[in-house]
Design a protein. Structure first.
Lengths: 499, 350
């Protein structure tokens, strides 16, 4: 007989009169990895808060180890013995891995701390999961993957039977994700349970026993083990599927044969050979980094942060540039990770944000109000007239994405580098981003997507370059996507074609 | 104006009085501090006042305000249609002995065997739609079966036998709780009858973990829990679907619970309909269920859910998941009990 670790029984939770979770009903069994696929982010933050703390419920019951811990009547304690791992770390900077795991544990009562003892205690745990990590390493020096593993260990040592991993696949590389899955399975066998939240069914299916599909703070369906196969989700993502199919069919009719736009050559420390690629106008090239270190080095090149020295050149037509100039040349544009948070200036108006990169194309854009007025007249039917009178904070997530991408369209670069464009976006917004990227391609702009996780990029890609540490880069053309040795979203479309 | 109206209620007056006393103590403390600064009072007097104020505030908050709010919440839920919760803490929150007795009486009525009977009978009516003398019915069915066998119509004989078995279980079996095995057997009989109508267009699968099965089949569940849901799944789910319809009954047993999931891959339901249905199931739907039209398919579910609430309590019940065009899952959660004696509210079963 299996034990039930966690249960939410018809939970309804409201904040300021807004229903964030309604009739939330699911359970997690001992040793089970339960996947969560949110179609939109409504209520997700509240769900994670409810896992950690016992907030007053409007209705329903929450059980941990089959004992009631929270209900509409009230809760017995404030917090729960559940670990939640998100993109923000809960490890304390300035403390070592061993300190974070053992010293900060609830119930740790020793007054004299011997690092050697703690390290010795940690060693069997690390050996157990085949993890090469030092107990003396400081939390801030850890890679994201190491940080996630340390947080899992922290939960395991603290006796937490339920560990929640939220959108981790967007943070770590493919190789690291495989290792993480292995670690999760290892602890699941020992009786620990996991809730694994991810946007892609293809990611969930690789590690989870069951999956919860939710939207608007309500659970739509719980997929049972027998239903955990890729085809099962197609009908739930019909609109998106239709969009991508339409795009691919159009592309088949006339594939992009634009002129050569850009050639890039970069020497990356952790790669055996320099990264080299060409991209033509209207083409979408995806560069998937299977290693996080390479990804970060590439990120530094594109965002021009000078943490490490790098060497490389880019050619735009006949003109040669140093890679350091990428950020200042308006023929290149970079859309950063989670652009709605990183690329918008809240203190500036909507119009100022929109025209931010227009200075090279229209030098007098800031001096002459009539240029901005004509931009408003031209774009109001597309963006909506009301957004021009709104502050950045007042915009919806979709409107923010639209603003960022329209700014790039106005800039009219020859090539756009997008860093993980779908990261952190729910299904609704992923469709939206997909459409915005398609618009860039339609205008003949070359799009280079940098990703650790393919996410939805394969649905747009004309080519894919996979790069790995100390390995040569492998290039796949669209015709070869069907044979890709991985389980990635939208791969089924290419496989269907090849059959 | 609204605040003035609120003063019609004693609770508001008590609350205002408490606040007034607290304010008075606060003013007194400030006055003593002023006196202390002028050298006319002692520190001891101020400390005493602070302690008395805190003590008063603490008692007022924990012993009056919080229990009162809890009691208000229960009343509000009751008015919203929920059943009254049985909770030790709540019994400490009643306003007066008279209101306490009043609520106890109400609870007695709601949890009475008569109330339960009403629900049970409704389930039987749903299965039969009219009252027929059971013995007359069984005898007639037996005669039809004999005639069919003589005429060499084995399928008719088999169908008649299944129908008689089904009626015998539905009408004549008097127990309120039955084992999962018996209930499942009745489902299979019902399905056998339906298969004569649908043929291979309808498939029934039963899923369980082999090692748990012996413990599952002996668990006690309310009679006619599974069949009405299965019937619903056929009529509102798979019947309207083109192609083969798959029905699945899945059993899962944890330490304290029995989870039964009845799924179909039929037409599913619209988001709004599902929302309404789950809202209705969350509350005590005895009144609502009478008003619903049978075509909406809500009566059977509401009825089963009501009986689960009445026997096992509000923490258990039913939840429906559905996606339009994909199918519907009905999940029933009840405590895993092997004997009727383990049931808290067993008085209701008599």
């Amino acid at each position: 007989m299996r034990k039930e670790v966690f249960r939410m029984e018809r939970v309804t939770y409201k904040e300021q009169g807004i229903t964030l979770l309604e009739d939330f009903n699911f359970n997690v069994l001992e040793g089970e990895i339960m996947g969560f696929i949110p179609f939109n982010s409504h209520g997700m933050a509240s769900f994670l808060r409810l896992l950690k703390t016992n907030l007053p419920l409007d209705d329903g019951y929450i059980y941990y180890h089959e004992e009631i811990i929270n209900s509409w009547k009230g809760a017995k304690q404030n917090s729960n013995r559940i670990t939640v791992i998100q993109d923000k770390t809960c490890l304390v900077k300035g403390m070592t891995v061993a300190d974070n795991i053992f010293v900060l544990r609830q119930g740790f009562k020793q007054h004299i701390i011997k690092p050697s003892v703690l390290n010795a205690q940690l060693e069997p745990f690390l050996k157990d999961i085949d993890m090469d990590l030092l107990g003396e390493a400081y939390a801030e020096k850890l890679t994201i993957f190491e940080r996630v593993v340390v947080e899992i260990l922290k939960g395991i040592v603290a006796g937490h039977k339920l560990i929640v991993l939220c959108e981790i696949s967007t943070l770590i590389s493919g190789n690291e994700l495989k290792k993480l899955h292995k670690i999760m399975r290892h602890y699941a066998k020992q009786g620990h349970s996991f809730i694994y939240i991810g946007s892609h069914f293809e990611d969930i299916i690789q590690v989870c026993n069951r999956a919860v599909l939710l939207s608007n703070g309500r659970i739509e369906k719980i997929l049972q083990p027998r239903e955990m196969y890729v085809d099962n989700l197609f009908s739930l993502t019909k609109d998106y599927d239709k969009l991508v199919r339409g795009y691919l069919e159009n592309k088949k009719a006339g594939s992009p044969k634009g002129k050569l736009v850009c050639k890039l050559y970069a020497e990356i420390n952790s790669m055996k050979e320099p990264l080299e690629f060409v991209v033509i106008s209207g083409e979408c090239l995806v560069i998937q980094s299977l290693d996080n270190q390479i990804y970060h080095e590439l990120l530094q090149i594109l965002t021009n942060s000078r943490e490490t020295a790098f060497y490389g050149n880019a050619w735009l037509g006949d003109k040669e540039f140093r890679l350091q100039e990428l950020n200042t040349n308006r023929n290149f544009a970079v859309i950063q990770e989670m652009p709605t948070k990183t690329m918008l200036f809240t203190e500036l108006s909507y119009m100022d944000n929109l025209c931010f990169n227009l200075d090279k194309r229209m030098r007098s854009v800031w001096a002459r109000g009539n240029i901005r007025r004509s931009i408003r007249t031209e774009y109001a039917p597309i963006l909506g007239d009301e957004v021009f009178n709104m502050t950045i904070e007042e915009l919806s997530e979709g409107q923010k994405y639209q603003l960022v991408y329209t700014r790039i369209l106005l800039q009219k670069p020859k090539i756009v580098f997008c860093i993980q464009p779908f990261k952190g976006a729910d299904m609704k917004h992923r469709m939206y981003i997909w459409e915005l990227l398609e618009k860039l391609l339609e205008k003949g702009i070359a799009v280079v997507i940098l990703a650790v996780n393919l996410a939805d990029t394969l649905s747009l890609a004309d080519r894919l370059i996979c790069i790995d540490k100390n390995k040569e880069q492998i290039e796949y053309l669209q015709e070869e996507f069907a044979a890709l040795p991985m389980l990635a979203p939208w791969l089924y479309l290419y496989r269907e074609d090849s059959v | 104006m609204k605040k003035l109206k609120n003063f019609r209620y004693i609770s508001y007056r008590v609350f205002a009085l408490g606040v007034c006393v607290l304010l008075f103590l606060l003013v007194l403390t400030v006055y003593q501090i002023v006196l202390l600064l002028q050298g006319e009072a002692t520190l001891g007097a101020i400390l005493l006042l602070v302690i008395v104020s805190n003590l008063f505030a603490g008692i007022f908050w924990w012993q009056i305000v919080i229990p009162y709010h809890r009691s208000e919440k229960v009343m509000k839920r009751f008015l919203d249609g929920y059943t009254l919760a049985e909770d030790k803490e709540l019994s400490m929150s009643f306003l007066s002995p008279a209101t306490h007795k009043e609520l106890q009486r109400l609870e007695e009525i709601l949890h009475s065997p008569q109330m339960f009977d009403l629900n049970k009978r409704q389930a039987q009516y749903l299965a039969l739609q009219n009252q027929i003398n059971p013995h007359f019915l069984y005898n007639t069915l037996e005669s039809i079966r004999s005639e069919a066998l003589i005429a060499g119509l084995e399928s008719v004989a088999d169908m008649t036998e299944a129908l008689a078995t089904f009626f015998r279980y539905t009408i004549s079996k008097v127990e309120n709780l039955v084992s999962v095995e018996e209930e499942l057997e009745n489902c299979k009989t019902y399905f056998r009858i339906q298969q004569y109508r649908f043929g291979n267009r309808l498939q029934l699968h039963i899923d369980y973990e082999e090692e748990e099965w012996q413990e599952i089949i002996h668990c006690r569940i309310p009679k006619l829990t599974l069949q009405p849901i299965l019937e619903n799944s056929i009529i509102h789910g798979t019947e309207l679907k083109i192609g083969t319809g798959n029905l699945r009954i899945q059993f899962e047993r944890t330490e304290k619970r029995l989870i039964i999931r009845i799924s179909d891959d039929g037409i599913g339901m619209e988001e709004q309909t599902l929302l309404e249905l789950n809202r209705r199931l969350r509350k005590d739907s005895s009144k609502v269920s009478y008003q619903q039209s049978e075509t909406k398919g809500g009566i059977a579910l509401a009825n089963v859910n009501n009986r689960i609430h009445l026997i096992f309590g509000e923490e258990y019940g039913m939840h429906v998941y559905s996606i339009q065009g994909e199918g519907t899952d009905v999940e029933i959660t009840i405590p895993a009990v092997m004997s009727d004696r383990e049931i808290k509210n067993r008085g209701i079963l008599q």
